[in-house]
Design a protein around this ligand. Structure first.
Ligand SMILES: Cc1cc2nc3c(=O)[nH]c(=O)nc-3n(C[C@H](O)[C@H](O)[C@H](O)COP(=O)(O)OP(=O)(O)OC[C@H]3O[C@@H](n4cnc5c(N)ncnc54)[C@H](O)[C@@H]3O)c2cc1C
Ligand code: FES
Length: 367
């Protein structure tokens, strides 16, 4: 048994060393020179230093591709059509690409290295994405693990957003990351305010970006962000709506509700906010103000595990169960969901179970 374990351990160690040597060789011995990125049949061309990922090469050329996982191949947001210059689909890409996408040459650009000239197809709207170096204006505790980050854009700059969109913020290199990484955050700003970006950020224990925000970020610091991205937005129907989100998933709804108030949109909407206990609730005063400004808006916080000293007399139970009790027939309504994939998936099951057609459900998953 011992001999077997030693043999397996040695094999794993040898494979690890070989993989490391390959990475070092690729990094230092291969010189790919300058490679050309030929974009949209030559309507734009960029010369980039070969050897880096396609995602980073495009970023350095000022073309910002959505990415939420810092290029780790887990979010699946960085899809582009690559018509030449790429190897066959990599194992790390496979889980994110459908057979149709593979046949249409869709690839994850964070997984591809630029080793030769490449022909790419990039949706025109991505060229409108801009990068800013803003300033942290304030960082406010909303509860024990959620902060509101307010960023002032540089003097004279403005950003038009559609409520529901998100930006990516850069975490600079620090003890948790040797190089800068980007993470996505939904915009919580009143869209009338074009000179600030508000974000609602929940601490993920051990997380690279959120640890930086909670432990190292201070008002006055510069902060790089780019955007806006995403097509999560209100439809222009008159259908009654349900919002479901807990924690920092409230972010896009702050922006959507401000938009409804600004434009005097009177659609009926009920927002079910799921939390464990009273200490997890956020923005109660803002929700009250929206209820006063929008007579057809109702905020329903529900606690799944209220503490004895919470003295809670509101709704209790899972947010999906509370929503089902309030809304037995959802067949002619729309739902907007924001938060973890688990929460969004459970909500879809609950909504369709009460008669909501799947095409009436819109979500932004914090994957
Ligand atoms: C479109 C979009 C919008 C988003 N909007 C928001 C927002 O408004 N507010 C917000 O707080 N977050 C939002 N997120 C999530 C955010 O992008 C980061 O994933 C999250 O803040 C963690 O980043 P990190 O660098 O601290 O953690 P990482 O260093 O990336 O992760 C550390 C570990 O935590 C795990 N992890 C990552 N995210 C979570 C999570 N949310 N919960 C539990 N475990 C996690 C990872 O798998 C990893 O094991 C959004 C994500 C997307 C895709
Ligand atoms: S950036 Fe997340 S999969 Fe590519």
């Amino acid at each position: 048994m011992m001999t077997f374990l030693i043999a397996v351990g040695s094999l794993v160690a040898i494979c690890g060393i070989l993989a490391l040597l390959l990475v070092i060789a690729d990094r230092y011995l291969n010189d790919y020179g300058i490679c050309k990125l030929i974009i949209n049949k030559g309507s734009r061309e960029e010369d980039v230093e070969g050897g880096s990922t396609l995602l980073n090469s495009l970023n350095s050329a000022g073309v910002f591709i959505p990415s939420a996982c810092g290029g780790q191949g887990s979010c699946g947001l960085c899809k582009l059509k690559v018509h030449s210059g790429a190897p066959p689909v990599l194992p790390t890409e496979e889980p994110h690409l459908s057979p149709e996408e593979v046949s249409e040459h869709v690839r994850l650009c964070c997984q591809l290295k630029v080793h030769e000239d490449m022909e790419l197809e990039i949706p025109e709207e991505l060229f409108n994405i801009r990068e800013f170096e803003g300033t942290v204006e304030s960082l406010t505790d909303l509860n024990h693990d959620i902060k509101r980050l307010r960023v002032a854009l540089p003097e004279g700059e403005e950003l038009d957003i559609i409520p529901g969109q998100y930006v990516q913020i850069e975490t600079p290199a620090y003890k948790k990351t040797p190089e800068p990484v980007y993470r996505a955050y939904s915009i919580a700003t009143d869209p009338h305010d074009k000179t600030h970006i508000d974000l609602v950020i929940r601490l993920v224990p051990g997380g690279i970006c959120t640890t930086f925000v909670f432990e190292h970020m201070e008002p006055g610091q510069p902060i790089k962000l780019n955007g806006p991205y995403g097509d999560f937005r209100l439809t222009d129907t008159e259908k009654e709506m349900i919002f479901i989100a807990g924690g920092s998933g409230m972010a896009p709804f702050l922006s959507m509700l401000a938009h409804m108030r600004n434009e005097n949109i009177q659609r009926k909407v009920t927002y079910f906010f799921g939390a464990r206990a009273k200490r997890d609730l956020i923005c109660l005063d803002e929700m009250k103000a929206f209820e006063e400004a929008l007579p057809n808006f109702k905020f329903v916080p529900c606690l799944s595990e209220p503490m004895p000293d919470d003295n809670w007399d509101g709704d209790t139970g899972l947010v999906t169960d509370v929503m089902k009790q309030h809304c037995p027939d959802l067949s002619n309504m729309e739902a907007y969901l924001c938060g973890s994939p688990g929460m969004c998936d459970a909500s879809v099951v609950a909504l369709t179970g009460n008669g909501m057609p799947e095409e009436n459900i819109f979500f932004d998953k914090f994957s």
